[in-house]
Design a binder for this molecule. Structure first.
Ligand code: PHB
Length: 393
């Protein structure tokens, strides 16, 4: 070998080395879609607070790789825009993971893209049971409406509530909530006196409240997606005198998210909900989480449940990156978190290998004052290890 060619060989070796080390010190992009503006912006802010809390506590380095978050704003349920954003994140940004997604229709629109893109989707919120059946590459870190609602029907039966009126938003999670409540409650001997499915755009709830009053129901069970919708609905319950008439207000925890409690005020006291997470949950993990997420969001009064879905979503994505050594292999990444158990700020969680949704404790809570006079969702009962009860229906 002459001097020149040996120099060439050294250069070639150096180049290969550089390439080789690049493969072990990559930036792994995570694309997060959520409502960061518009009426549901606080839910998106909670996604971001959860992500930032995770990164503040655990750092952005996984092995030799660096996580980079790319946010995309999807203000309302808009499947066409959701699909376009996911495509842009995969094709132009080169994201290796997708996360977030507040509304069910937006998650359903992304599902068909995942296999060809070789990208897993870790859902931080969207909660219709059927979503994870739409792609083997979807894992969910939030809850399902079947999971949070069936325990509420059991509570109503235990409390001798005989007649219930059901009001739900007319789309996936609302229909799941209605079916879960109706099935569990009537199987236990309860009666559904009437029910209504409300278009997502409904903002005048007075006519519905009058129907509830006239129905002779002992209780109203309601689901709407958390945000301005739930606040307006809970205010209408009080403004139309249903509380004074002695009608019990029941629902999954979406209807009393903590960030709405100051606006609801004392009239919210006594509302019973079942849910996977309360900001006031009494554990060291939750206190550390609330501090980190409260700092990230700026005002701790804005904290609500999507933050914990996002925090645990980042935990799941981190585990996927670790277990695949940073390689882009979506199927292996999902396989690696099936059966993954961890202590979440909400309590113990296992990613169910069958449903790819959390198995977790569901709590019965009542809106009440804490010792500082602030309204909280006070946990009064817990039902451990509830899976997604809607997956195999
Ligand atoms: C959903 O669209 O799946 C959804 C949105 C908000 C909630 C729950 C479920 O509070």
């Amino acid at each position: 070998m002459n001097r020149l060619s040996s120099r060439g060989a050294v250069l070639a070796a150096a180049f290969t080395l550089a390439l080789g080390s690049a493969a072990y010190a990559d930036t792994i992009k995570v694309g997060i879609i959520g409502p960061f503006s518009g009426p549901f912006a606080n839910q998106g802010k909670n996604f971001q607070a959860g992500v930032e809390a995770w990164l503040a506590e655990n750092g952005a380095t996984v092995g030799d790789d660096e996580i980079e978050i790319v946010y995309r704003d999807l203000p309302s349920a808009d499947p066409a825009r959701s699909r376009a954003l996911a495509q842009e994140l995969v094709v132009s940004e080169g994201v290796q993971y997708l996360g977030g997604v507040y509304f069910t229709p937006d998650a359903l629109a992304i599902a068909p893209l995942l296999e060809q893109a070789n990208v897993p989707l870790v859902i931080f919120n969207a909660a219709t049971s059927s979503i994870t059946k739409e792609s083997p590459l979807i894992v969910r870190t939030s809850f399902t409406l079947w999971q949070t609602t069936a325990p509420m029907a059991e509570v109503a039966l235990e409390r001798d509530i005989g007649k219930v009126f059901i009001a739900v938003s007319d789309y996936g999670p609302g229909i799941d909530a209605e079916n879960a409540f109706r099935t569990t409650f009537t199987e236990g001997g309860g009666e559904i006196v009437d029910s209504v499915r409300m278009p997502l755009s409904t903002n005048d709830f007075s006519p519905i409240m009058q129907r509830v009053r006239a129905s002779g129901a002992d209780a109203l069970f309601a689901f709407l997606p958390s945000g301005p919708t739930t606040l307006g609905f809970a205010q209408a319950f009080n403004d139309n005198g249903l509380k004074e008439a002695g009608i019990q207000f029941l629902g999954p925890g979406d209807i009393t998210q903590e960030s709405d409690l100051p606006a609801l005020g004392d009239s919210a006291k006594g509302i019973l909900t079942t849910f996977h997470y309360a900001v006031s949950h009494d554990s060291d993990e939750n206190r550390a989480f609330v501090e980190a997420a409260g700092e990230a969001i700026g005002d701790p009064e804005l904290l609500t449940f999507p933050a914990v879905g996002a925090y645990d979503g980042m935990r799941v994505i981190t585990k996927m990156i670790e277990e695949t050594g940073g390689e882009q292999d979506a199927a292996a990444a999902v396989e690696a978190v099936k059966g993954f158990s961890f202590e979440s700020p909400r309590g113990p969680v296992t990613i169910d290998p069958e449903t790819r949704s959390p198995i977790q404790t569901i709590y019965l809570r009542e809106v009440a004052e804490n010792e500082d006079g602030e309204l909280i969702n006070k946990e009064i009962e817990s039902y451990p290890e509830i899976p997604d009860l809607g997956f195999s229906r």
